[in-house]
Structures are given as C-alpha cells and as structure tokens.
Design a protein around this ligand. Structure first.
Ligand code: BES
Ligand code: MN
Ligand code: ZN
Length: 492
C-alpha cells in the first residue's frame, strides 16, 4: 500500500506528475507551471491526445521535459460534477497509470485540502492488493510506487481530513481481506480469532462458542453448523464512543457463512467456489467496527456476526428437520441451502434482547434472487422503517454503495406457513425469493425495533475493476454504514 504524504505545491524535478483536469478549464497552478517548465509540452500533448478532461479520461505523456518521466492527465468532468466522490474516483483512476513509477506527485493545489484528502482516499482504496498467497510473483508485476506526494496549499488541513478517511480505508481493507481469504483458512474459528485484532482499536470483543450459544437457545444457527467439523462462533464487538449517557447503541449484524455448500440440499459444482464469500455480511460488520473505532466515531455501536460453515455430512441437518430458534419460534428446515436466514434469526434476536438498539441493520449474501432482481449495481434494502430506509438510500447515493428498496408485506409472509412448525425456511416457489427471505428475517424483529436488511449477494464481490475498487471483494457496506452513522448517529 503506498504511503500518502501531503506536501506544499512545488513542481517535482522528476518522477511522475499527475494533473487533475476539469473539462473546458485552462491549466492553472502546478499544471500551468509544468506546462511552462516543459515549454508547452503538456498543452501540446493534450491537443495531440484529444484530451478534453472528460470524466475518467486518462492520458500519459512520457518524458515531456523538465526532468519529468511522465505526466498523467486525469479528467474530472464538468466543473459542476466535481463532487468529493468524483475526486475519489479520479484518485483511483490515477493509480494504475502511476503504480509502475517510483516518485509520484499528484497536483491537488487547485483543490481544497479536504478535496485533496479525497484524492488520497480514492487512490488508496484502488491500490489495495491481496498477494498473500502468491509466491512466484516477479518484481515487475508488483507496484513500485511506495510513496505518493499530494501537493496542496493546506498541508495541515489535508492531513486532518485524511486521518478519519484513512481509518475507514483500513476498515475497508480488513473487510476485503476477510472476504478474499480462502475458505480452508478462514473458517468460523479463525474468523472469530481475527476479530480480536479490533481490541487494539479499543473495541470490546466477546466470542461465544457452541456451548454458550446452546444455552442461549440458538437452535437455528447451531442447526446449520451441525454438518461441519469446525465449531460455530458468534462474535460481539462493542465500541463506546459517545459521551451521552443512556443512549441506545446502533447495531449491525452480519451473516458469516464461511463456506456455503448448500448442506444436504447441496449446490451444483459450477461456481460453488463463489460461496467462500458467503461471509461478506460479517466481513462488512467487522470492517465497519474497525472503521468506527479507528476514526473514534462519537457513537455507541455494536457489531454481531454469526459464523458457521454449511457442510453436508453424516451429522448435517436434514431437509425436514425442525429447529427451535432463540426467539422460541420453531422452524421447519425444508432446504438446508436457505441457511443464512437461520443464522440471522438467532443473532438478530439476541441483538435486540441484549442491547435494545436504536436500530439494527443486517447484511447478508442471502439470495441469488436479489442478483436476478437488481444485478450488481444495488443491494436490496428491506425495512420496517421509512426513515431508516431513507437515510440508507441517501448514504448509498453519496458513497456509491447504492441500495434499492424492495417491498415487504403480509401476502409475501404467507408463503412461509409450515404444516408442522411455526414457519418453514423457504417460500412456496422461486417467485420473489429475496422478499420471502426478508419476510422470514422480519419474523425475528420486534415491531418496535427500526430494522433494515441489506441483501448484498450481488454487491459483495466484483468481477471487474472499478475506479476505487479492484476486482474481487468490494467490502460493500463499510462505507455506506460508516456514512449512515456519521450523518445521523454521532454526538455533535
Ligand atoms: N449464499 C446463498 C445466496 C447467494 C447466491 C449468495 C449467489 C451469493 C451468490 C444462500 O445461502 C442461498 O443458497 N440461497 C438460496 C435460497 C433458496 C434455497 C431459497 C438461493 O438463493 O438459491
Ligand atoms: Mn445457501
Ligand atoms: Zn448462504
């Protein structure tokens, strides 16, 4: 990961220089200085490459003069569209164009210091890599840029704007790493172990095993874990950041199925490897807690994750089994592949009883049906509370982690009727599969608790690079929920 250093605006004598250029605006500041120092080579390059400053447009000019090895031009789009999010995207877009250079300077002298920090954020988010399991990588395949200097007229202000962003980036990285880890390494016991790292940030971490969960009556979660050689865990992470006494905490719950074979209702072989990221909801909650604690958010927050492996074996749960959840409600398990809702049922119940939270948001890679409905662009949002839904929608728009609200309703709930128990774990058919799943979860939410469920099956993993997200684990939800908390739940 390159290190960020904010420096006063001076023209570098060598290396790579990144110029951020809005559409239809003449070169000013360091960009104009660079053009003068290279006797107009930059302006000529812009002309020759037909570079207009269009959003995400990039052009590299090599050895333009004045000792510079390269000048990278990144388009910012129309001045009116230059939002903080667009600046992050520009920072991210710059990274692949400079990662092979040794000395890199980004000219942010025409931006505010806070905007310069957003450039740093975008670049940092894009530069993350997961190389842990590569042993034969050649040096030329690795990025060379170790230090990125960002030139700004307000160095101290940029530094203080960067500190909380850097903490959020660290939360994103923790989340991406957990999701990227292979399932033989990151099983429930190991994942719980990794949560302990948060104690360094001041988070209280409590780990519960099968014995404790049995005592709590977690029959739904433990039923899923029955087929695995590896024990289930629930981890409770608490961050105390508010000075106000007696305020209820905000609460986040994540599905952490470290591998989902489907159990006895086994999945087909093709693409089953994708099910290593069936713990992305939990990965998000852990990364979010790291982000909140890392930036010392003025809020009391609780993160809970239910960690299990869904395996077929001689001890696995069978289709037809009836389990009793912590809430006392019984569930007929007709499909062992509808396991995420069983895990959430117990953890959500516990969260409400234990913490009486201000609200609960759960995240889960819950249904393939949400991918059919929304593709990979939005997570499905289900909520019993319009205000919470509205706040999440707004946070989605500014972080780029978009949500789209889906319906809930009694007619959908009817599909969960069981012949012999309080409910079954699947609906009548394939129709509205994400909604039936959300209805199931809602049966474990008390009417007075504001609750939102995010089905992130389509957004947890990406098969292509985005400006600030390299392909792979996206850490979807960390920035969204950090923003929700920052905008609405912190002390003034
Ligand atoms: N983990 C899967 C959902 C999933 C599918 C996530 C594709 C990411 C990509 C979940 O546990 C599951 O298997 N859901 C079933 C539910 C069905 C059995 C009612 C599904 O979506 O097919
Ligand atoms: Mn499943
Ligand atoms: Zn699953």
């Amino acid at each position: 990961m390159p290190e960020i250093a904010f420096i006063k605006p001076t023209l570098p004598r060598g290396g790579a220089l990144v110029l951020l250029v809005p559409e239809g605006v003449a070169l000013t500041g360091l960009a104009a200085d660079a053009d003068a120092a290279t006797s107009g080579a930059i302006a000529r390059g812009i002309e020759a490459a037909a570079f207009t400053g269009r959003k995400a447009q990039t052009t590299t000019l090599y050895a333009p003069g004045a000792g510079l090895a390269r000048v990278v031009l990144v388009g910012l789009g129309k001045p009116a569209d230059v939002t903080p999010e667009a600046l992050e995207a520009a920072g991210g877009t710059a990274w692949p164009a400079v990662s092979s250079a040794t000395d890199v300077t980004i000219a942010a002298d025409t931006l505010t210091p806070a905007e310069a920090a957003r450039i740093a954020m975008g670049l940092t988010l894009r530069a993350w890599r997961f190389d842990k399991y590569r042993t034969t990588q050649k040096p030329e395949d690795k990025p060379k840029a170790e230090k990125i200097a960002i030139a700004t007229s307000g160095v101290p202000a940029a530094k203080s704007a960067w500190a909380p962003l850097r903490a959020v980036a660290d939360g994103v990285f923790l989340s991406r790493e957990l999701v990227a880890e292979p399932p033989n390494v990151l099983h429930p016991v190991e994942m719980a172990e990794r949560c302990k790292a948060l104690t360094k940030l001041g988070v209280e971490v409590e780990i519960l095993g099968p014995k404790e969960m049995k005592k709590l009556g977690f029959g739904a979660l433990l039923g899923v874990a029955m087929g695995s050689e590896i024990e289930a865990r629930m981890v409770v992470m608490r961050w105390h950041g508010t000075k106000k006494k007696g305020t209820p905490p905000v609460c986040f719950v994540g599905k952490g199925v470290t591998f989902d074979t489907g159990g006895i209702s086994i999945k087909p072989a093709g693409g089953m490897e994708d099910m290593k990221w069936d713990m992305a909801g939990a990965g998000c909650v852990i990364g979010l807690m790291a982000a909140l604690a890392g930036r010392k958010a003025k809020v009391d927050a609780v993160g809970l994750v239910g960690l299990v492996e869904n395996m077929p074996s001689g001890t696995a749960q069978r289709p037809g089994d009836v389990v009793t959840s912590a809430s006392g409600q019984t569930i007929e398990v007709l499909n062992t592949d509808a396991e995420g809702r069983l895990v959430l049922a117990d953890v959500l119940w516990y969260a409400q009883k234990q913490f009486a939270p201000k609200y609960i948001v759960d995240l889960a890679t819950l249904t393939g049906a949400i991918i059919v409905a929304l593709g990979h662009e939005h997570a499905g949002l289900f909520s019993n509370n319009d205000e919470l839904a509205q706040k999440l929608t707004a946070a989605g728009l500014v972080t780029g982690e978009a949500v789209w609200r889906m319906p809930l309703g009694e007619a959908y709930d009817k599909g969960l009727k069981s012949d012999i128990a309080d409910m079954k774990n699947i609906g009548g058919g394939r129709a509205g599969g994400s909604i039936t799943a959300a209805q199931f979860i809602q049966r474990f939410i008390e009417p007075g608790t504001p609750w939102a469920h995010l089905d992130i099956a389509g957004t947890a993993w990406s098969s292509k690079d985005a400006p600030t997200i390299p392909k792979g684990a996206t850490a979807y939800g960390v920035r969204l929920l950090d923003r929700l908390v920052a905008d609405h739940d912190e002390d003034a």
